[in-house]
Design a protein around this ligand. Structure first.
Ligand SMILES: Cc1ncc(C[n+]2csc(CCOP(=O)(O)OP(=O)(O)O)c2C)c(N)n1
Ligand SMILES: [Mg+2]
Length: 327
């Protein structure tokens, strides 16, 4: 489970690339080039840490809309993201029919989710049951926000996974808010992980701004799941640095001081600090990464801008079973 220096650097790169992509989405929105963006800024460490604890491409994921960094780790590209934001032809998750950030990717075993929050959790429990019945050496990870742990679907999924000891990891990305509602108005317990004790599974809370801590905790849960020890609930604590979405004005419900304070624990700062302490990263290396990210993102934006919109006929795909192998 020890990470090599190379892998640690790669994880940092994944966080950096996702951050810059996400920031570009905000710019494109303010330029009037895209209609909507929902951001994962501040949540990259949890997503990258979790993704690296999986056998990517073999294990299953049912992610949620903030998981850009997780998807990047699974092979989603800057071009894919830009095509989705602009609703252009060739968008790989749904042929540009889903909202942006409603990910899925067949080659990565990443299952599409729909707009009602937590509905990806029963999907994960079902996939977990399938894995168990087929005796496959796989796990499934689902992610959601802390507000979404108020949903009935979530309780049903966790309860089911615990009863049947399914290989499921429930990753709660606790970013302190559900749109404008703070976490203490969503739950009476101090931590979403505390909810586990009422349902008979392990519940662990971890610093979700530290990519390597999240990796360790999720890797352990994955090892348990593979060993037949059933599901784990993991709460990764972080802060939603941006407004809920490009349609939200967070100044109406939280102070700038609060946001500025949280930014001190930005996952990119935390990650950089630990790599610096190990002597793995310096300013020159960071600048190199920044330049590479800018180049990739500029290219992706240009590619998507030039791409046409899907044709009317494309709306029929994949309505009929004979078409499902396309793409
Ligand atoms: C069932 C359902 N109710 C309400 C909404 C509207 N909605 C979209 S995101 C969201 C907040 C979810 O908060 P949380 O689970 O903490 O995730 P976060 O957005 O903070 O990452 C809400 C209420 C929805 N999509 N689905
Ligand atoms: Mg939240």
């Amino acid at each position: 489970m020890e990470l090599s220096s190379e892998t640690k650097m790669e994880m940092y790169w994944m966080m950096l690339l996702s951050r810059r992509l996400d920031e570009r989405a905000w710019v494109l929105h303010r330029q009037g080039k895209i209609a909507f963006h929902i951001s994962g800024i501040g949540q990259e460490a949890a997503q990258v840490g979790a993704a690296y604890a999986l056998r990517r491409g073999e294990d299953w994921v049912t992610p949620y809309y903030r998981d850009l960094a997780m998807m990047i780790c699974l092979g989603y590209t800057p071009r894919d993201f830009m095509l989705a934001l602009m609703g252009k032809k060739g968008e790989p998750t749904s042929g540009a029919r889903q909202m942006p950030s409603h990910w899925s990717m067949r080659k990565a075993n990443a299952v599409s989710h729909s707009a009602p929050v937590s509905t990806q959790c029963p999907h994960a429990a079902g996939i977990g049951l399938g894995i168990k019945m087929r005796k496959e050496d796989k796990v499934v990870l689902t992610s959601l926000g802390e507000g979404s742990t108020s949903q009935g679907e979530w309780y049903e999924a966790v309860n089911w996974a615990a009863i049947h000891q399914l290989p499921v990891i429930f990753l709660v990305e606790n970013n302190q808010y559900a749109i404008s509602v703070p976490a203490d108005k969503q739950m009476a317990v101090a931590s979403a992980a505390d909810k586990a004790c009422g349902m008979g599974l392990r519940g662990i809370s971890v610093d979700g701004t530290d990519v390597f801590s999240v990796y360790r905790v999720v890797a352990e849960a994955v090892a348990d799941a593979r060993a037949g020890k059933g599901p784990t609930l993991i709460e990764a604590l972080m802060y939603r640095i941006t407004p809920h979405s490009s349609d939200d004005d967070d100044r109406t419900y939280r102070s700038r001081e609060e946001v500025d304070e949280a930014k001190k624990k930005d996952p990119l700062i935390v990650g950089r600090r630990s790599l610096e302490e190990e002597g793995l990263i310096d300013q020159a290396r960071i600048e190199e990464m920044e330049a590479r990210a800018r180049e990739l993102i500029d290219e992706a934006v240009q590619f998507a801008e030039k791409m046409e919109y899907p044709s009317v006929e494309d709306a029929l795909f994949p309505v009929y079973a004979e078409e499902v192998n396309r793409g």
